[in-house]
Design a protein. Structure first.
Ligand code: SAT
Ligand code: MN
Length: 590
């Protein structure tokens, strides 16, 4: 009988040499090669319970579910401690923190020295993307966190499948992670795109340490995508199936707090009986040009790492079903009978809870029971509307791309670009307003190009140029749209109901992409005629919809000025075509 914990799943000499080198640096007491099996998962869950950071939940209510607690100082991504370590600062560009590679390696090497002493180093081979896909990438994460292993097993395809894809080659991402002492002073997330390497230390929070996600799939991914001629984007992917059985695939980028996961799991309203929205992905899209000249997308991930607060049966019933079993919760509140609770769940809180920090919490307490960024990690196979094509190696063909923001004014409910360059302009100038909860100041537009501001692993100007250049490869480019579910009237009331009713807008997008719906031309792009939108059964007047769709010249003059100010921050690498596009729109406004 073999000892499971010492089973080496590879003879790849590149992997073995690198693991040896990193172990020499971090000096773990032992090394465990992870295979992603259920027995391994059970062992790590038991370890977490014994160490006290993990709690098994009520198996009757939430079978296979656990709740983890983090260090209270370690609950979110840390953009100011996230670095792109390219040889020159120019390559990282003005939107990234930069450190010279030599300096970053030296600084972190000192921190990693002996950091795993007394601990176990887990070797986690993982695959991003469907097995056998031309887009799939192998990563290996070395971590001293069993919490990371439990999450990676859900978020990525883990174990032998990755080693099989790698073979005996050298083409894998080298990820090193140590919790170290979880001190914010010694916390760094460093990316070395030239070396396909990520070094993360001092945190145990998802986006900082599940290295396949933001670090590999977006930051390193976007860098490789530019080199290799594809796209790594912060986009959901959905398939909309009509009652006749025609499915149209749409990718969409929204900055945070704009309902991306909800849109990816949209439930069509009654009026759209017979329609089905299939989720391919809720966060990241890897896309390449197929031999047929269309854009094909895969979801590199295997699970959802979603925000718990606000998730309920009204906002996202499919998410609620997805997280009902085999889910790892982090920093939510837990009831005495082992159920979970968070702010914005349907029901009233129970009288007593254990809050996200492990303290007793009483109903009516002014403190939040769950952390506002508390999370669920759930296998995508739990999703009742998981696309049947999610494991398709070539992906799904994208007919439309939507860039959406949260804007009280200016941006129409839906706006179709004139052409690819105009569509790239829409993405490049994507903005979203800060909500009162976040900053205390409402209505400040933050530019978040393609929702990639924290995730683009190189110079943003070069990233735009890459988008523009890809048009030449696409014989059948997707149509590009801009959306805004959040426009308000003069009294501050939302003009559009949002959520499932966004299906009505999506339907127009699909029909436009398939060349069968009409539209109106405005100086800023195309919008639907009222008759192009099915408004039957909506508690909204035609006037309100007209307002939601309106292109107001004064608002747009200000918007185009503001985009110009943003573009100035990206000079000198901003493509001329985008500034000229801006000038053209200004001229068209008259
Ligand atoms: O905060 S994470 O990066 O882990 C998740 C997300 O923002 O999508
Ligand atoms: Mn995201």
């Amino acid at each position: 009988m073999h000892d499971h914990d010492t089973e080496v799943v590879t003879t790849n000499r590149h992997v073995l040499a690198w693991v040896g080198e990193m172990a020499e640096l971090t000096k773990p007491d032992r090394i465990v090669w992870c295979d992603g099996s259920e027995s391994e998962q059970r062992r790590l869950q038991a370890l977490g319970e014994a160490e006290g950071w993990l709690r098994a939940l009520n198996p009757k209510k939430l079978p296979g579910c656990f709740a983890a607690r983090s260090n209270p100082n370690d609950v979110a991504r840390v953009e100011h401690l996230t670095f792109i370590c390219t040889p020159t600062k120019e390559e990282a560009g003005p939107t990234n923190n930069w450190m010279a590679p030599d300096q970053a390696y030296a600084k972190l090497r000192a921190l990693y020295d002996g950091a795993m002493a007394g601990r176990t180093m887990y070797v986690v081979p993982y695959l991003m993307g469907p097995p056998g896909s031309p887009l799939a990438k192998v990563g290996i994460e070395l971590t001293d966190s069993p919490y990371v292993v439990l999450n990676m097993r859900i978020m990525a395809r883990m174990g032998q499948v990755a080693m099989d894809q790698l073979g005996d080659g050298d083409g894998f991402n080298r990820g090193l992670h140590s919790m170290s002492d979880l001190s914010a002073e010694r916390r760094f997330i460093c990316h070395f795109p030239q070396d396909n390497t990520i070094w993360s230390i001092g945190s145990n929070y998802g986006g900082n340490v599940l290295l396949g996600k933001k670090c590999l799939a977006l930051r390193i991914g976007s860098y490789l995508a530019r080199q290799e001629g594809w796209f790594a984007e912060h986009m959901l992917i959905l398939g909309a199936e009509s009652p006749e059985g025609e499915t149209t695939y749409v990718a969409a980028a929204f900055p945070s707090a704009c309902g991306k996961t909800n849109f990816a799991m949209l439930i069509p309203p009654e009026r759209y009986n017979g329609w089905k929205i299939w989720t391919v992905g809720d966060d990241i899209a890897w896309m390449r040009v197929g031999e047929d000249g269309r854009l094909w997308a895969v979801n590199p991930e295997n699970g959802y790492f979603g925000v718990a607060p606000g998730t309920n049966f009204n906002s996202n019933a499919n998410a609620m079903k997805t997280i009902a079993k085999d889910t790892l919760y982090t920093n939510v509140a837990v009831s005495d009978d082992g159920d979970v609770w968070w702010e914005g769940l349907d029901n009233e809180p129970p009288e007593n809870l254990t809050d996200w920090q492990g303290r007793p919490w009483k109903k009516g307490s002014p403190d939040k029971a769950a952390h506002p960024n508390s999370r669920f990690t759930a296998p995508m196979t739990n999703n009742p509307f998981l696309s049947p094509f999610v494991n398709e190696p070539r992906g799904v063909p994208i007919s439309a791309i939507i860039f959406g923001g949260r804007r009280a004014t200016t941006v129409p409910l839906i706006l179709e670009s004139f052409n690819w360059t105009h569509g790239v302009y829409m993405g490049a100038t994507l903005g979203s307003e800060t909500t009162a909860a976040a900053t205390g100041q409402v209505g400040i537009v933050r530019r978040d190009p393609m929702a990639m501001l924290p995730f683009c692993g190189y110079n943003m100007g070069d990233y735009f140029a890459h988008w523009l250049r890809m048009q030449g490869e696409l014989r059948f480019p997707p149509k590009i749209f801009m959306s805004n579910w959040f426009r308000k009237d003069e009294s501050g009331k939302f003009l559009w109901p949002g959520y499932g009713e966004n299906m009505r807008v999506l339907k127009w997008v699909i029909d436009r992409a398939r060349g069968r719906a009409t539209r109106r031309e405005t100086p800023l792009g195309f919008i639907p005629r009222l008759s192009d939108l099915d408004l039957v059964g909506l508690d909204v007047t035609p006037e309100q919809v007209e307002h939601a769709l309106r292109v107001d010249r004064d608002e747009w003059r200000a918007e185009l000025e503001s985009a110009g100010t943003f573009f100035e921050t990206l000079a000198p690498r901003l493509p001329k075509a985008l500034e000229m596009q801006r000038q053209l729109l200004l001229a068209q406004l008259g």
